[in-house]
Design a protein around this ligand. Structure first.
Ligand code: SF4
Length: 347
């Protein structure tokens, strides 16, 4: 039988297991701190544990589920993308972005994605499987390990890589909780941003749970016809219903919501779309993150122009809606979600 992944275990589960092995109560905490504070990824590194326990852990668990197969660094050295093979041979991507003092990791929650957004390389790949909570956690620990060698740490985690996080809600939130645990990795909840294409039932659940994690919605279009042509999920959850859920979120949590908008030349970067969007977002505590499209092989749309992007922003600002035009990061290393993995699969 294949060993289970140690990062899939909660501290309470490790405590129960080690008690069954007749180990003293403090051993589980030692294991937990080894994993989440020292970032050890091999039983031999746990030199504070007796040899027999290290051997038992090695027999029971896998400590290194991610095997980096391709690492690409952008020409400005600010973005690093890693393609990992998982234990079953599937591939996922994780992206590191340096921005001023920030070191942000963009992590994946699924292999492939079922949402089928037309401009997205992961969507073009189709859905393979959910990642376990441990596979999600391990992506962050991988980079934490690298940074520790430089005496630095991860400042932010964005759950915007391959997959729809709310389509794998339990494992995603379990992973965030584990990374948030003050006895372990201890990254504050507000350092996390989870992005969804708009699965309304999950948004309502997220709202009820009153998590302190930031919420981003991939909107990309301001009318149902255009949005459904870009994001098929809009057929199930139309814009007005989605925005009603967003209003509920902001009212309940008093937190600002972010809308993501991939600017496609001549499609959704037009003054008409900007005015329509402004009308839809009226009265909502929000911010619009617009970013020129990262082109993919399976979609003919092109990135917006600088003048279209600026005009889009000016229109929103005219309605007092904050809008930032983000720089495309890592375009030379195919840093858009799923691009590297889809190349690997399509080789
Ligand atoms: S954009 Fe996100 S939700 Fe849409 S297909 Fe890509 S990974 Fe899935």
């Amino acid at each position: 039988m294949a060993a289970s992944l140690i990062y899939d275990s909660r501290l309470s589960e490790l405590t129960t297991l080690l008690a069954l092995w007749d180990e003293p109560g403090y051993r589980a905490t030692q294991v937990w701190q080894g994993l989440y504070q020292h970032f050890w990824d091999s039983p031999e590194q746990f030199t504070n544990l007796p040899v027999h326990l290290r051997q038992k852990l090695a027999g029971e668990f896998c400590f290194a589920p991610l095997h980096p197969v391709t690492i690409l660094t952008s020409s400005d050295h600010q973005t690093v993308k890693t393609l990992f093979n998982l234990m079953d041979g599937q591939a996922i991507e994780t992206v590191l972005m340096h921005y001023k003092e920030r070191r942000t990791i963009c992590i994946s929650t699924q292999v492939g994605c079922a949402m089928g957004c037309v401009f997205c390389a992961t969507g073009q790949m189709g859905f393979k499987r959910n990642l376990s909570s441990g596979e999600i956690v391990a992506q962050v620990l991988y980079y934490a390990r690298l940074f520790r060698e430089e005496g630095a740490g991860i400042t932010n985690v964005v759950v915007m890589g391959m997959g729809e996080p709310f389509h794998n809600y339990e494992n995603t939130m379990e992973a965030v909780d584990r990374l948030n645990d003050t006895d372990g990795f201890s990254l504050g909840a507000r350092r996390f941003t989870v992005s969804t294409v708009g699965l309304i039932p999950a948004i309502l659940r997220f709202t009820r749970e009153k998590r302190q994690i930031n919420l981003a919605i991939s909107l990309h279009a301001a009318d149902d016809t255009l949005r459904a042509s870009m994001l098929p999920i809009n057929n199930a959850y139309p814009i007005d219903d989605l925005l009603a859920a967003c209003h509920d979120y902001v009212r309940t949590t008093r937190r600002r919501i972010t809308f993501e908008w991939a600017l496609v030349n001549g499609i959704n970067d037009t003054p008409e779309q900007a005015h329509l969007l402004a009308g839809k977002l009226k009265g909502l505590l929000c911010h619009v993150n617009a970013i020129p499209l990262n082109p993919t092989k399976g979609y003919s749309g092109e990135a917006t122009t600088k003048s279209h992007a600026n005009a889009f922003k000016q229109i929103l600002n005219g309605y007092h809606i904050p809008c930032t035009i983000r720089l495309r990061r890592g375009i030379d290393i195919q840093a858009g979600c799923g691009q590297l993995a889809s190349n690997e699969i399509n080789k």
